[in-house]
Ligand binder design. Structure first.
Ligand code: GLP
Length: 263
């Protein structure tokens, strides 16, 4: 795992977007795993800018989103499918058929979960998975006690998560769906590269547990410590409780791989 600390949320998101763009240029048919949440809005805005200004090409890119609320169809403005269309897919040259989000309105959720796993397999697996961090320590919607080997399935959301996401539902946690269909922790760990983006002071404590704490199903993001190719990009506010800050800063300032990203 590598932790990179940037001065603010804007620069953290820009670095994440630049890494995604670099992978896409190196492999135009990249299989890209995507995430939702407010943290990602800046990343998608940067990718749209790079598409418009520099012709960043999504023509052959395939995408798989982590999760979707159960009971919401893609037409619902609160669905992650709708959000992804609005923030990214409507503004870049990606084939809509190459963008995948679990179907939260599927009649049979087990069948839908198996279909989603199979689709990822047919695509050859995920090359790069973008991740955010929930205040409950989740990645995707893998709430506490999610098995570290879990696969795509439906999961009940914690009160913390429903409160955290209430802003998108008019501020009322009761309007946030109770369940979601999510890639499992095991599904996420199968991706060849992981990119976790975390910003803001509200995430500082859970970020420190995820990155420097023990690996535990109570904090599903702690499982990322097992992955051989995981980058964690954070801003100063989120990094506040990290003990290894000095070392992480040294890595970014000195390791050649980061030279082109310093500013
Ligand atoms: C949702 C998503 C997560 C995301 C989290 C963080 O719960 N299922 O994948 O990481 O939100 O949200 P935010 O970026 O808004 O803090």
């Amino acid at each position: 795992m590598e932790v990179i600390i940037r001065p603010d949320a804007e620069r953290a998101a820009t670095l994440a977007a630049r890494l995604i763009a670099a992978r896409l240029r190196a492999k135009p048919d990249l299989v890209l795993g995507l995430a939702t949440g407010r943290t990602m809005e800046r990343v998608y805005a940067r990718l749209v800018e790079m598409h418009r200004a520099n012709g960043l090409d999504f023509a052959r890119c395939r995408t798989f989103n982590l999760d979707e609320y159960i009971g919401l169809s893609g037409d619902d403005e609160h669905s992650f499918r709708h959000t992804m269309n609005r923030l990214l897919f409507d503004h870049v040259n990606i084939e809509r058929a190459n963008t995948h989000v679990p179907d939260g309105a599927a009649a049979d959720l087990k069948v839908e979960a198996a279909r989603y796993e199979a689709l990822i397999g047919v695509a050859g697996g995920i090359d790069l998975q973008l991740l955010g961090l929930g205040e409950a320590g989740h990645i995707g919607f893998n709430e506490p006690l999610s098995a570290l080997m879990s696969r795509t399935r439906d999961k009940a959301l914690t009160p913390t998560t429903r409160r955290q996401n209430a802003a998108m539902f008019g501020g009322d946690p009761e309007r946030v769906p109770r369940r979601a269909l999510t890639m499992g922790v095991g599904t996420i760990l199968d991706a060849r590269e992981l990119l976790l983006l975390v910003t803001g002071p509200a995430k500082a404590a859970i970020l420190a547990k995820s990155v420097e704490g023990p690996i535990t199903a109570m904090v599903s993001a702690s499982a990322l410590q097992l992955h051989p190719n995981c980058k964690v990009i954070v801003d100063q506010d989120a990094a506040r409780d990290l003990q290894g800050r000095e070392y992480y800063d040294w890595i970014f300032q000195n390791e050649p791989e980061w030279a082109e990203y310093r500013d």
